[in-house]
Design a protein around this ligand. Sequence first.
Ligand code: PMP
Length: 375
Amino acid sequence: MIYFDNAATSFPKPPQATAAVLECITAWCGNPGRGAHDLSRRAAEKIYEVREQLSSFLGVGAPERVVFLQSTTMALNASLKGLLKSGDHILCSELEHNAVLRPLYALKKKGVTFDTFPVLGRTNNEIVQEIATRIKKNTTAVVCLHASNVCSLSLPLPEIGAFCKSRGLRFIVDAAQSAGHFPLDLRAMHIDALAVPGHKGLYGIPGCGILALGEGVTLAPLIEGGSGVDSGSHTMPEALPEHLEAGTLPVPAIASLNGGLRFIGDIGIPEVQKRARGLFLAAKDRLESLDGYEIYEKDTPGAVLLFNRRGIPSTTLARLLDKAGICVRAGLHCAPLAHKALATPEGGAVRLSFGLFNTREELDSLWHALKHAFP
Ligand code: PMP
């Protein structure tokens, strides 16, 4: 099997991550903060260690402001619903995923309005200008992804963050496709709320998302429940991270991040980017050597390559590749506005998304499969 669907979740997981999970569930997986015994204490210590690792990896500056939730989606919901109120206006990019768009559509029913700003074909300064011209009196925030899940475009976070700071706007970032692929620094980029998946570029197992908050940023909790502290109170504790972490944490998934972060740390972000670009360019060469293929945003090499064979629905193409043992994703990739902006056909396109275990030989197999399917 050849796996080109790393934007959905990275696969396989590195030995560091699987070993960390095994150690967790066999040696110390008590419920942190929920027991007067050693297993609970050890679990709490191990979780804190991962908070520290993430705080330093993401430039947060305080492990307490690293909050564990179930997913990036949950972290984005918590940020948007916790920061916006009726009457507020927010701007988002034209490339956003439904993890941002659907909470915004839901918030619309509660009196929050939003507009999108274009990014395709714009320079970094032009993107900031596009944001600036859409600011209204009641604009309180900007939300955008760092890297697209549909093509290899990324947005200039330092510039957008500096602009938001200068205008007193909250800055919410969806790092679903960038954490582990691009350097991230919450403080230097003036980010107020950063949503990160554990199971993609950080090479952890599914089950855990991270919400990293800027200094002084307070959110109303998305859900309430047990926190292990102050059980007599009717409300969630005020202090982070407990304020936002209701219910038992996904301890094995958090443990896997310890291994995933070491794996990424040993390789280093520049090398991760070099390998993704190399695979993108090799895939592009192979597709261009065949007739009838369209590649979208082909001049921005990175971990995601979007393509179509003209006249063939993307789902048909993906099914053919699946039969040849090649895993890709077809359709709209939960990002309908991004597909509209890229002008893909109604049925979307086929996405190849690369990870650290992919090879050029696998791209040769892709080429052979396509050549065989359409001689
Ligand atoms: N944003 C983007 C850009 C994504 O690609 C994804 C995952 N496809 C998400 C948000 C949501 O991530 P998760 O499914 O891990 O919550």
